[in-house]
Design a binder for this molecule. Structure first.
Ligand SMILES: Cc1cc2nc3c(=O)[nH]c(=O)nc-3n(C[C@H](O)[C@H](O)[C@H](O)COP(=O)(O)OP(=O)(O)OC[C@H]3O[C@@H](n4cnc5c(N)ncnc54)[C@H](O)[C@@H]3O)c2cc1C
Length: 823
């Protein structure tokens, strides 16, 4: 594409990077009527990772949102194929083989999910897979999934098709224009500097692929990704000329994928010993300034396993000659998810880190990014891909590298529920970590923190008969039930120090939080309020408790993994409102221990002289007390539905506080518990979890959180208009419901379709086993007419439709008497 002669000196939006990502963002901005857009690339379009892509477009992913985005990509590619610059879209269908019984279970689970998304994924036999792809040897194949609408295309043509579409609508496209600087003013982008001149702008979209990290450094933003080399081969012809296109084929157990290329095959895979390119333990990356339109040297040693495996499934691979070998770098992220959205610098967006599925994703990526830029939010729950999800630990090149290598080498692995990643651990350990370790803790990791999942020592007293059927039972421990029951029957102590804690202070702190939260949070000093923060559409952006510490200081407590997201949400709102506040992450400065259970008061009385009666401190209030010489802020809150406190103390007191409470509890049946028990306890109480049960796509009315909404709050709040409009339209069309399954050991994990009278009407948002009610519990949104308690439902758990019903919630203590208990 020839360079346009002169570079505009101003534009609303500058898109950096002319690969499929940037071209798609520009295309979709133009579709939304935003044509005051300049797309620049330092070299030719498609000269980064895009030109050497294998071009497979598979839609189904573990994440429902990403699947929907990929489904949109296919719709778009079909449409573009009818246009002037077709991308070479071949709707060949796609097969995913199961070469092991476990993989077959995964496939059945995926077929179930797909039903919930309206994706026509079909379970087929090995023989049927063979009929569709006759070159494959079906030996050892247990079964397969077939998706008729999957396919492949020419990635460079896709890029040109999108760029031409954008240009036809008025977007300026400037190849050979290298961005060398980005200016900001008061936290907002103002100008892009290039080697061909400067462009004043309001929005910059970093679509730099593997170069996105270095581009982001121009504004001091960290985008953690690593260029990894990825390799595939193209064979000589081995199909009769002109034969109908073969479906794409993936055999994840053998780590290999194929697609047809003219009369030959493309074959690639994800090796177990991946090779990062240009990044090492000390450097993020150092991609040569002239690395465009180039490939890496062939690396046969690394490809040996993939080559051998490919011959197992497609024996013809052993004899056919190779036409070319492509070894190219691609941006991988530490968690194998894209990096999308606005960063902490206002107006600076990222869409990069596509982890070898950028061709499949490009259509959807462009669409959500354009909507995000134009209307301020993407319209979908993109938390898993949100640029703000990474904690500060990812500023370390070595941590980023270790985590990224792990995601690459396990790319095709089945992720069982309860699976924990290992790379880079342990990193963040709370003061009582050693105590937990010595007392048999089984740790999980979240946000870099080591967190207790359960204590293996508790397992001996557990009930093996409660082990869930199938996958959900694999990494399960009977100890979880013991910890759960102790919380309901005596007392349990949980280390929740990893909870993200944000301190909002300053003269405008109260006003800001009143604006951001749907509940009335600026109540008396010491009051604790459960609230949501909403976006303009009324979608739930975060779910937190807010404690008023002083007239102008508030503690906002949110989930371990949501700290950076909520921090940037609050800071952005503060900037928009020119609020005089300070928003700080104080997570590391405070330990948090939850002491819950009917004996909680007795335990705490052993170590404090403070009056612990309801009169002295009622539910949802905070108080400063001393616990065994430790200054503690005690919050009367619960996520388990039991009497108790969350005890906050400066970190240096952490060990003393934990051991003091632990020892005091010994004569009262106190048990140390972990996050798995909390999960089961909260399901029974119907407490929602942000990112699964409630998301930016769901609103408080349908989520059953209307009790938090104060529409009449003076001054209003973000999202209030949208909530009011919804209310005027009548009761919500969808409701979040608690479902119980008739088979207690069939446990839904999230994503499973829910059907009523044979029709799929919803999907599970989260699920698990309730050890008190001894039932399998699941949450899911259902249409209002199908959500009445008593309605019979079925949930597809690993291919079986398990019957159950909609129940009234919560399942335990519906009147909330336990949390208010006195005595
Ligand atoms: C071998 C291989 C096989 C693959 N196979 C598949 C597949 O089958 N299916 C699939 O879905 N995905 C596949 N992928 C992944 C896919 O190709 C990528 O995800 C996608 O092409 C990335 O697009 P992008 O726009 O993010 O990045 P890129 O295509 O790398 O574009 C980034 C652009 O930014 C430009 N740029 C960088 N710095 C600057 C600057 N300072 N100023 C201006 N411009 C700049 C670069 O020149 C470059 O053109 C594969 C990748 C590889 C390597």
């Amino acid at each position: 594409m020839p360079a346009e002669r002169s570079l505009p000196d101003a534009a609303r939006v500058v898109v950096i990077g002319g690969g499929v990502g940037g071209a798609s963002v520009a295309f979709h901005l133009a579709e939304l009527g935003r044509t005051d857009v300049v797309l620049v690339d330092r070299s030719e379009l498609t000269s980064g990772s895009t030109f050497h892509s294998a071009g497979l477009v598979g839609q189904l992913r573990a994440d429902p949102t990403l699947t929907r985005m990929n489904m949109y990509s296919v719709e778009l590619y079909r449409r573009l194929q009818q246009g002037d610059t077709p991308p070479g879209w071949v709707e060949s269908g796609g097969i995913r083989l199961a070469s092991s019984p476990e993989r077959m279970e995964e496939i059945r689970r995926q077929v179930g999910w797909a039903t919930a998304f309206g994706l026509d994924l079909q379970e087929i036999s090995a023989a049927e897979a063979h009929d569709l792809f006759p070159l494959m040897d079906p030996a050892g194949v247990v079964g397969a999934a077939y998706l008729p609408s999957d396919g492949y295309l020419d990635p460079s043509q896709l890029c040109y098709s999108l760029a031409n579409g954008a240009r036809a609508k008025g977007v300026h496209v400037h190849p050979h224009t290298r961005v060398v600087g980005i200016d900001t003013d008061r936290g907002r982008v103002t100008r892009v500097r290039t080697d061909r001149g400067d462009i004043l702008c309001e929005v910059v979209v970093n679509c730099g692929g593997m170069f996105a990290a270095e581009i982001a450094r121009l504004v001091d933003v960290r985008v953690p990704l690593v260029p990894m080399s990825h390799q595939y081969v193209v064979t000589e012809p081995l199909l009769p000329p002109g034969s109908a296109p073969l479906p794409t084929l993936r055999d994840p157990d053998l780590l290999v994928y194929w697609r047809q290329e003219v009369d030959g095959l493309v074959m690639g895979g994800y090796e177990r010993d991946p090779a990062p390119w240009t990044a090492d333990l000390r450097r993020y990356d150092a991609i040569p300034a002239d690395f465009n339109g180039r490939l890496l040297p062939e690396d046969w040693d690394r490809f040996e396993e993939i080559t051998a495996n490919s011959q197992v499934r497609v024996p013809a691979m052993a004899d056919v000659g190779l036409r070319k070998v492509i070894n190219g770098p691609e941006a991988f992220t530490p968690d194998n998810e894209f990096v999308l959205g606005e960063t902490e610098v206002d107006g600076f967006f990222v869409a990069a880190g596509f982890c070898a599925h950028g061709i499949a994703g490009a259509g959807g990526i462009g669409k959500v990014m354009a909507e995000w830029i134009v209307s301020g939010d993407p319209g979908l729950d993109l938390w898993h891909m949100d640029a703000r999800r990474f904690g500060r630990q990812y500023s370390s090149p070595s941590y980023t590298l270790k985590r990224t290598i792990e995601t690459y080498e396990t790319y095709y692995d089945i992720v069982y529920p309860g699976h924990e990643r290992e790379a880079g651990r342990p990193l963040r350990t709370a003061p009582a970590y050693e105590w937990h370790r010595q007392h048999g803790a089984s740790f999980g990791e979240k946000g870099g923190w080591e967190r207790v999942n359960h204590y293996e020592v508790n397992a001996t007293a557990g009930d093996e008969a409660e082990r869930p059927i199938g996958w959900a039972g694999r990494l399960w421990s009977p100890g979880v039930g013991v910890e759960h029951r102790a919380t309901r029957e005596t007392a349990a102590l949980f280390d929740e120090s990893s909870f993200a804690k944000l301190l909002v202070s300053g003269p405008d702190a109260a006003d800001l939080l009143q604006w951001v939260c749907d509940n009335d949070v600026a109540r008396g000093v010491g009051d604790v309020t459960y609230t949501q923060a909403l976006n303009q559409r009324g979608g739930i952006e975060s779910d937190v408790t807010v404690t008023r510490l002083e007239a102008d200081a508030f503690l906002v407590v949110t989930g371990t993994a949501f700290g950076s997201h909520d921090l940037s949400w609050l800071r952005r709102q503060a900037r928009r409102r020119s609020a005089v506040v300070r928003v700080e992450d104080v997570t590391s400065s405070l330990v948090t221990y939850a002491l819950w259970g009917p004996h909680a008061r007795r335990v705490l009385r052993e170590v404090t002289g403070a009056d612990l009666s309801n009169d002295a401190q009622s539910f949802m209030t905070a108080r400063d007390i001393s616990v065994d010489d430790v200054p503690v802020r005690a919050l009367r809150v619960t996520f388990a539905g039991e009497l108790g406190w969350e005890l906050y103390a400066p970190s240096e007191y952490g060990v003393r506080l934990w051991t003091a409470v632990w020892e005091a509890g010994q004569e009262h049946g106190l048990v140390a518990g972990g996050y798995r028990a909390i999960e089961s306890l909260r399901l029974e109480k119907g407490y929602r979890v942000w990112s699964t049960d409630i998301t930016p796509e769901t609103d408080p009315w349908s989520a059953g959180l209307g009790f938090c909404v104060r529409l009449d709050k003076p001054g209003g709040f973000e999202g209030a208009d949208a909530l009011r409009a919804m209310k005027e339209q009548g009761p919500p069309a969808q409701r979040l419901r608690c479902l119980t399954l008739d088979e207690p050991r069939a446990v839904a994990l999230g994503g499973e379709p829910v059907r009523v009278d044979g029709e799929v009407l919803g999907r599970v948002t989260s699920g698990g086993y309730g050890y008190t009610v001894r039932r399998s519990i699941a949450f899911g949104y259902l249409p209002a007419e199908a959500s009445r308690p008593g309605t019979r439902i079925e949930v597809n758990v690993f291919g079986d439709w398990v019957p159950g019903e909609v129940t009234t919630q919560p399942l335990v203590d519906p009147k909330g008497e336990r949390v208010h208990a006195d005595g």
